[in-house]
Write a protein that binds this ligand. Structure first.
Ligand code: PLP
Length: 406
């Protein structure tokens, strides 16, 4: 590719050069790129946790609407009113999530930035956010006109001490953290923050569809829906689509649609996409067997990796994050796995802190026992080749050993 970097103004050339240098340091490659997975590869790269993507019933529902789309209007959802497919799906999602109202957004990213903007812009209420919260939540806090206080990951005491000092405000957490699969101590955290007069936003992207009765999510599982004012979720995970959802209290949806920038300044989903999501919801409600398989697959793999010496201690969900350390070390792992037809996702800056790069394995319900056994065999055989004893997470584990023994 032709590089016109010399024509860039200095401030931009510097930034682009930094990226080029980063790739050069890795032998001229982008750390996220490598081989391409094929149909027979063992894949941990998709967030389609319940293996619903391409389900014939979803495709059929989409096709039916595409065939009948003779009055397709492409516009922002702010203009939608009366009875329409989006409104009907939102009513179903509110019922599913046990909330008063729900709003469909173009993505989980838009749901988070739009929602946080509509809550915090032009207010003086402080915002508290878990340090490992998803980037879309952090980006939403950029709309805050009052201070944003990050608290240590899953640390309720730290959160409480900040609230004590700065007053009640908006508390933002993920139910399941997307990089390493750690789970929020949701019940204790919500109750403590609620008692302090805070309002809560829980991002359920990695628990909606996979956790709780009929997949209604972790907030419903713990019966916390009356204490958690707002929930968001990407519908590009268990819902296997391209959308996001906000669950909110009565009277909020219309306000949100008229104030959140993504609803005003970006076009709404198309009817066939909504038809697909609507059918997916039917499938999710009845997917207990898939949920069971997902969680038993994840528990099996976590346990086996841990027995082989991999530090999986922070994960207690379908996401297993193996913290390797530098980007270079992590690309070694990626290449070694891909050479054996196993695919995971590299997470590095800005998704993680520098030198805390990791390999994320997203477990799915469709993984067979044979595939899991194969992968465990691969991880057993490659420990030396990938320098497991030099990994940041291994050294942390080793440093902790005397404490554990004591
Ligand atoms: C926790 C969390 N929130 C929000 C998002 C954004 O979702 P989407 O891909 O639908 O924009 C993601 C996806 O990466 C996520 O993991």
């Amino acid at each position: 590719m032709k590089n016109n970097i010399n024509n860039y103004p200095n401030y931009l050339a510097e930034k682009v050069n930094k990226h080029v240098q980063r790739c050069e340091d890795l032998g001229g490659r982008n750390p996220l790129h490598g081989l391409t997975a094929t149909a027979s590869s063992v894949k941990f790269i998709s967030n389609d946790y319940l293996s619903l993507a391409n389900h014939p019933a979803i495709i059929e529902a989409q096709r039916k609407v595409l065939d009948d789309s003779d009055n397709l209007i492409i516009m922002s959802s702010i203009y939608m009113h009366g009875d329409n497919p989006q409104q009907r799906f939102e009513t179903r999602m509110a019922d599913f999530m046990r909330s008063d109202e729900a709003v469909l957004c173009q993505s989980g990213y838009n749901a988070n930035i739009g929602l946080i903007q509509s809550i915090v812009e032009h207010t003086n209420a402080p915002v508290y956010i878990d340090m490992m919260a998803h980037m879309s939540l952090w980006d939403g806090t950029k709309f805050s006109t009052s201070p944003v206080y990050p608290f240590r990951h899953n640390n309720i005491d730290h959160l409480m001490s900040l609230i004590e000092r700065h007053g009640s405000g908006l508390v933002i957490v993920d139910s399941v953290y997307s990089t390493n699969g750690s789970v929020c101590p949701l019940k204790a955290l919500v109750e403590a923050a609620y008692d302090k007069g805070c309002i809560l936003l829980v991002d359920e992207s990695h628990s909606l569809g996979t956790h709780g009765p009929q997949g209604r999510g972790m907030v419903v599982d713990y019966g916390l829906q009356d204490k958690v004012m707002f929930r968001t979720a990407s519908l590009a995970k268990a819902f296997a689509g391209r959308a996001g959802i906000v669950a909110c209290p009565a009277g909020f949806a219309d306000y949100f649609k008229c104030t959140g920038n993504p609803a005003i300044f970006s076009s709404a989903l198309l009817p066939y996409e909504i038809a697909g999501l609507d059918k997916t919801l039917d499938l999710i409600i009845t997917a207990d067997e898939r949920r069971e398989r997902l969680h038993s697959n994840a528990a099996y793999l976590r346990r086996a990796l841990s027995e082989l010496g991999y530090n999986t201690s922070v994960s207690s969900s379908q996401i297993i994050g193996l913290e390797v350390g530098t980007e270079k070390q992590t690309t070694v792992l990626k290449d070694v796995l891909e050479a054996r037809d196993v695919f995971g996702s590299v997470f590095c800056a800005p998704a993680t802190a520098k030198n805390r790069a990791l390999m994320r394995l997203s477990v799915n319900s469709y993984l067979t026992m044979d595939e899991l056994r194969y992968v465990i065999g691969v991880f057993r055989d490659i420990r030396e080749e990938v320098g497991l004893d030099q990994w940041r997470s291994t050294q942390k584990q080793t440093n902790m050993l005397p404490l554990c023994v004591a």
